[in-house]
Design a protein around this ligand. Structure first.
Ligand SMILES: *Cc1c(COP(=O)(O)O)cnc(C)c1O
Length: 374
């Protein structure tokens, strides 16, 4: 019998991490449940997919895959920089923005460093920091689902190494206001790096939008803003995202800690085309904003209170272990994400799909336990 694998070979920080609560791929769903998935609403993917122009660009780029891609991603960085009115030296492309979160922690975090985020949180904001031996403070959202500005300012007094959070928040849904954002920055030590994750920025109501990049630039705070092509642009499977840093020095560091060829040529070509298709993006955003209101109202009517949302998903109170509700729905061909982070194990996140998918979800969803009692 072979000797057991020596546990000590794996660093303790890594052994102690929970497994990542990833969504279930469609082929695995079928293999596990023996039925087709009718509504895949667990990973915030776009029901309209990418722009057809992006698909065409990937097909064309496929003919060139014998060659390594441009490690500097010059073309796409240039396109993004000019769209945002910034310099190419301040832009970095990643194999998804999660790749950049990892690169950031590798470049910045030392054992015992302190990282502040909010709760409920995007898992990678926390796990990436824990991997490198940091301690993470998670500041809970206010009870009315406004951002916990007082709590964040209090936590920032200890001058953490990094402040990282998403707005609009995954999984909660609300977006921080400009005034709140300014209040947080005002309390951030000049030596704290702010990582502001805007994975869902495209979905914010026009009246609520503000220029976070501009505000960060005004203050001179060390920062990086993260964006992705996985959500509104429908390219989750291509794996591509980007970051805009306050200083080219940070980009230089991240270029060393990410994989040099982590961004494949097809994804880079697709992203450049996706950015140009404004009409496609408008359709995606329009569908999500209309349907999130309808789905939230229907959830409330069935007895499930919802957090407000500026995203393509809704976070709702299941009143019972969300894992059980998610499993029940899987039996009916519907995938949602039961939240596993304490104290939100009674909350679930459902992605806004097509109107038909959302109806399948709502039809499969039983009335909530509290509603049934009334
Ligand atoms: C989806 C998501 C990302 C990462 O997406 P990638 O596919 O890695 O680009 C990053 N942050 C948040 C908050 C997300 O929800």
């Amino acid at each position: 019998m072979p000797a057991p694998f020596p546990h000590g070979l794996i660093r303790k920080e890594v052994r102690d991490l929970p497994d990542y609560n990833a969504g279930l791929a469609l082929d695995r769903f079928k293999a596990t449940y023996g039925i087709d998935c009718l509504a895949k609403l667990d990973s915030n993917e776009s029901p309209l997919g990418p722009s057809p122009r992006a698909i065409k660009a990937m097909q064309e780029a496929a003919t060139g895959v014998a060659r390594y891609p441009d490690a500097a991603n010059s073309a796409l960085r240039g396109t993004i920089a000019s769209a945002l009115g910034t310099d190419t030296s301040r832009v970095i492309i990643g194999n998804g923005s999660e790749d950049l979160i990892g690169a950031l922690f590798r470049a910045i975090i030392r054992p015992q460093d302190h990282v502040v985020t909010i709760c409920p949180s995007f898992g990678l904001h926390e796990f990436g920091a824990l991997t490198f031996g940091a301690t993470v403070t998670k500041v809970p959202f206010n009870a009315d689902w406004t951002f916990p500005i007082d709590g964040l300012c209090e936590a920032l007094r200890s001058k953490p190494r990094v402040l990282i959070f998403s707005s609009p928040s995954n999984p909660a849904g609300p977006a921080i206001s400009e005034q709140e954002f300014r209040a947080v920055i005002a309390q951030t030590d000049p030596a704290t790096l702010i990582c502001f994750d805007e994975a869902y920025v495209e979905f914010i109501e026009p009246g609520e939008r503000f220029d976070a990049l501009g505000i960060l630039a005004e203050t001179g705070q060390p920062s990086i803003v993260l964006r992705t092509f996985s959500k509104a642009y429908g390219l989750a499977g291509a794996r591509i995202g980007y970051g805009i840093a306050s200083d080219p020095l940070l980009i230089k560091a991240l270029m060393k800690t990410r994989n040099p060829f982590g961004v494949n040529a097809m994804a880079a070509a697709a992203a450049a085309e996706a950015l140009k298709d404004h009409a496609h993006l408008a359709r995606v955003v329009d569908l999500a904003t209309t349907e999130r209101k309808r789905v939230s109202a229907a959830l409330e009517a069935k007895g499930y209170p919802c957090a407000p949302t500026q995203t393509n998903f809704v976070f709702f109170d299941t009143h019972a272990p969300a894992r059980d509700l998610a499993e029940h729905l899987r039996g009916k061909g519907v995938l949602i994400k039961g939240w596993q982070e304490a104290p939100f194990e009674h909350w679930a996140r459902v992605t806004i799909g097509s109107r038909a998918e959302n109806d399948i979800f709502l039809d499969a969803l039983p009335d909530s336990v509290t509603k049934a009692q009334v």
